[in-house]
Design a protein around this ligand. Structure first.
Ligand code: B12
Length: 153
């Protein structure tokens, strides 16, 4: 059996220059086997949403350290829905205040990770939320087709 890799688009919205966190996360995700499309800083929500849909991403990951992230997050969720990506998850990291978590979750954010989140916790959550169901490899699928046709090799 083989497992299709989880795909994500990572980037920053607006003028926030604190990109160390998300760049580190991009490396950690790649080392963990995710397919990462890193689109850098200064994006609009619409651009992120459009890339996520065309890249067939499982989720979008964004990072905020400058505050004022709640309206940005809502705008991004709206842009995803408008672009036809309502089923694409949204993972938020950076300097997120605990008192904003209920509002972010109610808006539809899949997961939030602040500076206290360990790599282990982040990866476990990503695997749990976006891990795909095992699909048969081509050889196994061929065996299954042969078995179904009564000629198992
Ligand atoms: C380095 C730094 C800068 C650098 C950024 C360089 C860069 N390329 O990133 C520079 C000098 C550019 C900078 C500028 C400014 N900064 Co500054 N900066 C910092 C500092 C010291 C460290 C941030 C950092 O790199 N942390 C390390 C990374 C690895 O941690 P992280 O981003 O939190 O990421 C981790 C998690 O949050 C999580 N994560 C983050 N993103 C994501 C995304 C996903 C998808 C996932 C799963 C996880 C995840 O995983 C990461 C690993 O654990 C912090 C203070 C601090 N100690 O945090 C201030 C700080 C963030 N800066 C601050 C401020 C005010 C500014 C300026 C406004 C200062 C000014 N007056 O010019 C400007 C803003 C510029 C702008 N337009 O954005 C404030 C923000 C205050 C706030 N939010 O309320 C802070 C908190 C300092 C302070 N105590 O006041 N800054």
């Amino acid at each position: 059996m083989s497992r299709a890799p989880i795909r994500c688009v990572l980037g920053m919205v607006g003028s926030d220059k604190h990109n160390k966190g998300i760049r580190l996360i991009a490396r950690i995700f790649r080392d963990h086997g995710l397919e990462v499309v890193y689109i850098g800083e200064h994006n609009t929500s619409q651009r992120i949403a459009s890339v996520a849909v065309s890249e067939d991403a499982d989720f979008v990951g964004v990072s905020f350290s400058n505050g004022n992230y709640v309206p940005r997050v809502k705008e991004l969720l709206g842009a995803l829905a408008e672009a036809g990506g309502a089923d694409i998850g949204l993972v938020v990291g950076g300097l997120i205040h605990p008192e904003d978590l209920p509002e972010l979750e109610a808006a539809g954010v899949t997961a939030v990770f602040g500076p206290e989140a360990t790599t282990q916790k982040i990866l476990a959550t990503i695997d749990e939320k976006f891990g795909r169901v095992d699909t048969p490899s081509e050889a196994a699928a061929s065996d299954l087709r042969a078995a179904a046709a009564g000629r198992m090799r």
